[in-house]
Design a protein around this ligand. Structure first.
Ligand SMILES: [Zn+2]
Length: 50
C-alpha cells in the first residue's frame, strides 16, 4: 500500500516485537528496544482494506 515497492518489501522483512511492537531488523533475535525475545515476522498482505 506504500508508494515505494522497495520500502514495502523492507517493511515486510521486519520483525515485530510482540511486547512493544517495535520493528526490528530481519535477523534480530531479540527486540532492540525492550530486549524481549519473541519477534514475529510481519505478515505479507496484498490488500489491507482497513
Ligand atoms: Zn520490544
Amino acid at each position: 500500500m506504500g508508494k515505494f515497492p522497495i520500502a514495502d518489501k523492507a517493511v515486510l522483512k521486519m520483525r515485530i516485537c510482540l511486547k512493544c511492537k517495535a520493528r526490528n531488523p530481519p535477523g534480530a533475535t531479540s527486540c532492540r528496544k525492550c530486549n524481549y525475545g519473541y519477534l514475529r515476522p510481519k505478515k505479507a498482505r496484498k490488500k489491507e482494506t482497513k
